[in-house]
Design a protein around this ligand. Structure first.
Ligand SMILES: Cc1ncc(C[n+]2csc(CCOP(=O)(O)OP(=O)(O)O)c2C)c(N)n1
Ligand SMILES: [Mg+2]
Length: 946
């Protein structure tokens, strides 16, 4: 048992008895207690009765707290500021003093140094002079481990740390065997890099040299985690030392790594693969206490820190399916950061912001910063102006351990404290490992070009391994022979593995998901992407009833009562179905089929355009009620979440969640479609490419409100063209549904197949209520990739065939009807990607007399689907037909700022498309002040608003 778990006054007698036994014969107590008492004595513990040294659990002794103001301030000040003068920098550039720790600050003088301290609140045995006390404080807080924790407002957390750190002067209690094992870890870590340096010279590996203590630190997190109930660890990290971590923490066999160096693996048949220092790995790893732990290092793009929210999302999904809801102590995220990236990349701040939010919290991420005091060629003073790279982390009031990477034992101690704290308090913890980068940024770089002085300092340094080996030699913990044996054995293991790797035949990489576990029954997408998505009228009725009623005593807002009544009518076929109704019926039917739903976005509960109202508020009490969560006792759960005002981290989290469990429908909604560009790296590096690079599937749905309604440059447009430019090799689906029924089927199709692909949906704004569908379109239909013109029984009259997507269809159709045009047909392309070639071909073949095909869009010519469609359409045109464009001209800004000009532009597009003279522009509202074309108006007068 961990001694710390039982130290309290309640156990005083027991501890004393143990200590007496230990004093008479150290072997009479078990190994852990032996190590503990040895540490206690080594740290200066001299108490007759050991238990008297400790304050009771959860509170400091009040008499002590009141005593000796000067001394108390002194202790407090060391707790607060000690880290500033700690020996953290392996390159020796430490701050020797801090003016606020000067004796004079406490009303003391050097003459007081040998006076006895009668009372102080330093935890642990203390009986000595002021000099003794300061020495203890310096040992505890100013040696190779400095701790920032007094800013934490939770008293229990501060006191927990004090009780864990002060009695043992912040040194780990390690047995001789444990110190041996620790030395072996740094020996192996260095051998790995040395070996690759010699045998794979010049190959990029982003070596860990100078930061080898990362390996025992991570292993301590895993080992202690396993002892504290952790069953699964998901790690995310960038390039630095990644291969070393894969080899020595995730236990990826050397041979497999070397085969990648040797080019002995070929990329999986269906994708493009990735460089070896982005690859992930996962497996069950045995631990010392015999608990198996599942450990995974996530696949990772080059974009620094991008993986952070993804890992957290993966963990949240895993906690869900492991039933780890209450304490979240069984699945733990570990994120390893570079010092420059951690303070520079905004996604870090966003991810920290999610850490304690409902529906996003995971019970705490352990963050490890490999603080090698450089970013590529940039020095800390160029990259930040605060003392530590971790200063951004102060916003969440978590403990921050700063530790000197040249002291592996201190690193292990920091790890032990961190994981124990996380398991106890269920929140984030930070370990800032001060180290150095022995070589250049990568193995082809020359560091002395940019940091000549630093490079010389580093060249003269003894390695972490040799420093620790020398320390253990001096303390007679290990012999010279043993050290040499460790080095030889490490090298031999590497050598053997390389020989095997070179002799083996090339093999294909087997990429996850392996279709086991939660992926059982899934497979890669085949040729058929259709699905049966219709739902019986009975089920829709059940959804409608359940999702529109509230419990007794719940007072619905008077205006929303009408909305609910209307939706009930929709589900019964008594009223046409609008977008909100279709969404309710799609989600509700999936829930009844057992599909859990996670529906999130900024203000998603109500909906940007006040069209959803998925979470109702009691008009009198403000209590929340989610009708969709209460349709039936047998349904799957649904959460509808208003998220933090972030796109990047939130979308990353949702992507991670969706990639970890295909059984959930995960929907992320952008407030307006254009805000999606804040999350572009998650789209580029994960959503569109993860399956090709890493074999990772995701069924994430993105809802992006899109449409030109005069709302200005920023609220009109969801970067449709950008998504289309990213489409290739059937990586995603881009759908621009024109009717509620199409939305209904697109959502359901997403979950009714045995493969997963991200779905990007361009969503309406203005015609959220105008576009309607009938109940039979839900009970009978399915998703139409293309919708033929419904108004042409005889297509032979048609000379011009217009193709379009989304809202403009309705404007075209209304204008055609008004002008009684009968030789122009309008066909909707509902799914833009995968490109519905066969469906379009079949439709083109029906219009035999067409001599012109037109693509109509509201977007400017350099945006929208035109570029994507033009090549494809051109190659399919009937010989007699030409292809024309009807849309806005190219423009730097997506849309004009004036609604009047927007409407005029739209009218012109429609006239040209229908080949009718453009209508006279409407008179400006203020006749005396003519509106300049493309005037910049900050806010359009359209729907929604910022
Ligand atoms: C978003 C992003 N910007 C820039 C880069 C290029 N880059 C790769 S590593 C690096 C320096 C990283 O420094 P640090 O975070 O301290 O990690 P270290 O390499 O020192 O371990 C830079 C600028 C990148 N990969 N990602
Ligand atoms: Mg760095």
């Amino acid at each position: 048992m961990d001694p710390f778990d039982i130290i309290s006054r309640g156990n005083a007698d027991y501890i004393d008895r143990l200590y007496q036994l230990y004093q008479s014969d150290s072997r009479s107590v078990d190994a852990y207690w032996q190590a503990f008492f040895a540490g206690f004595e080594a740290a200066g513990g001299r108490a007759e009765s050991l238990s008297g040294a400790f304050a009771p659990e959860g509170q400091l002794d009040p008499s002590q707290a009141r005593a000796g103001v000067e001394t108390k301030n002194l202790v407090h000040s060391y707790r607060e500021l000690g880290h500033f003068i700690a020996d953290l920098d392996p390159l020796g550039h430490n701050r020797p003093t801090h003016s606020l720790l000067d004796l004079s600050q406490f009303g003391l003088t050097p003459a007081d140094m040998d006076k006895r301290v009668t009372q102080c609140d330093f935890q642990g045995p203390f009986d000595g002079t002021l000099r003794d006390l300061i020495e203890k404080l310096r040992i505890t807080y100013c040696r190779t481990l400095g701790v920032e924790f007094v800013n934490i407002s939770d008293k229990a957390q501060r006191e927990w740390l004090i009780r864990r750190m002060e009695p043992i002067l912040n040194r780990p209690v390690l047995s001789k065997a444990e110190r041996h094992a620790l030395l072996y870890e740094v020996v192996a870590a260095q051998a790995f890099e040395d070996f690759l340096q010699v045998r794979q010279k010049g190959q990029k590996r982003f070596g860990l040299e100078g930061g080898e203590s990362l390996i025992p630190l991570l292993n301590a997190l895993v080992e202690d985690g396993a002892a504290l109930g952790v069953e699964e660890v998901v790690m995310g990290m960038a390039h630095r030392g990644r291969l070393n971590v894969l080899a020595h923490v995730v236990n990826k066999p050397y041979e497999v790594i070397f085969r990648e160096f040797e080019g002995k693996v070929f990329d999986h048949q269906d994708g493009d693969g990735d460089v070896k220092y982005h690859l992930g790995y996962a497996q069950d790893r045995p631990t010392k206490n015999k608990n198996k732990i599942h450990i995974a290092l996530s696949y990772n793009p080059s974009h620094l820190e991008l993986v952070d929210p993804v890992v957290v999302g993966i963990v949240r999904a895993k906690q869900n399916y492991r039933g780890d809801h209450a304490t979240r102590t069984r699945v733990v995220p570990i994120l390893i950061h570079g010092d420059a990236a951690f303070c520079g990349q905004g996604i870090v701040h966003e991810t920290l912001g999610l850490s304690e939010l409902p529906y996003y919290r995971t019970g705490g991420t352990i963050h490890v910063i490999v603080n090698n005091q450089i970013g590529f060629t940039t020095l800390p003073r160029q990259g930040r102006f605060t003392p530590y790279p971790t200063d951004v982390a102060k916003m969440i009031q978590a403990p921050i351990f700063h530790v000197n990477g040249d002291d592996p034992e201190a690193c292990v101690h920091a790890a032990k404290l961190a994981i124990a704290f996380r398991q106890e308090f269920h929140c984030d913890v930070f370990i800032d490992v001060w180290c150095y980068r022995k070589n250049g940024h990568n193995e082809q770089d020359e560091p002395s070009f940019t940091q000549p002085v630093m490079a010389r300092e580093i060249a003269g340094k003894t390695s972490v391994r040799d420093l620790y080996a020398n320390q253990l030699l001096a303390e007679e913990v290990v012999s010279n022979d043993a050290i040499e044996a460790m080095k030889t054995e490490s090298w031999l293991r590497l050598d053997e593995a390389l020989t095997h790797a070179r002799e083996s035949q090339p093999t294909a990489v087997s990429l996850p998901p392996s279709f086991g576990g939660v992926w059982k029954g899934f497979s890669r997408a085949g040729a058929d992407w259709s699905a049966v998505t219709k739902v019986s009228p009975e089920i829709l009725r059940e959804v409608g009833k359940g999702a529109t009623q509230v419990p007794e005593g719940f007072t619905v807002h008077p205006k929303l009562k009408t909305l609910l009544d209307r939706r009930l009518e929709m589900s019964l076929g008594k009223a046409p179905i609008d977008w909100g109704g279709a969404e309710m019926l799609a989600l509700g039917s999936l829930l009844l089929e057992g599909t859990p739903v996670r529906f999130v976005g900024q203000d998603a509960q109500r909906g940007t355009f006040t069209h959803r109202h998925a979470a109702l508020r009691d008009y009198n009490t403000g209590d929340k009620y989610v009708p969709l969560a209460n349709i039936s006792q047998h349904q799957a759960p649904i959460i509808v979440v208003n998220t933090m005002l972030s796109e990047l981290a939130v979308l990353g989290f949702e992507y991670g969640f969706s990639s970890a469990d295909p059984r959930n429908l995960v929907v992320w909604e952008a407030q307006f479609g254009d805000f999606v560009n804040m999350a572009q790296p998650i789209i580029d590096q994960f959503i569109v490419a993860a399956e090709s690079k890493w074999g990772k599937m995701s069924g994430l749905v993105m809802l992006l409100p899109h449409g030109y309604e005069g709302s200005g440059p920023e609220h009109s447009y969801a970067y449709l063209d950008r998504f289309l430019a990213l489409c290739a090799e059937d990586n995603v689906q881009v759908v621009y549904p024109s009717t509620p029924a199409q939305y209904f089927h697109a959502l359901r199709r997403q979950m009714r197949r045995n493969f997963r692909k991200p779905l990007i949906l361009m969503m309406p704004k203005a015609n959220l209520r105008d576009a309607i569908s009938s109940l039979t379109e839900l009970t009978e239909g399915s998703l139409h990739l293309v919708i033929d013109d419904p108004s042409y029984p005889s297509r032979d009259r048609v000379r011009r065939l217009l193709l379009c997507s989304g809202k403009i269809y309705f404007v075209l159709e209304a204008a055609r009807k008004k002008a009684a045009i009968d030789d122009v047909a309008i066909v909707r392309v509902e799914q833009l990607y995968p490109y519905p070639k066969a469906e379009l071909q079949a439709i083109l073949a029906k219009y035999r007399n067409v001599n012109e095909v037109g693509w109509v869009q509201e977007e400017t010519k350099n945006r929208g689907a035109w570029t994507f469609m033009s090549d494809r359409l051109e190659s399919m045109l009937p010989e007699t037909a030409v292809l024309n464009y009807f849309g806005r001209e190219e423009s730097a800004s997506p849309a004009v700022g004036s609604k009047r000009i927007n409407d005029q532009e739209e009218a012109e597009i429609i006239s040209r498309a229908l080949d009718r003279p453009a209508p006279e522009p409407p008179a400006p509202a203020v006749a005396a002040a003519p509106e300049p074309k493309l005037e910049k108006v900050a806010h359009g007068s359209g729907v929604g608003g910022d």
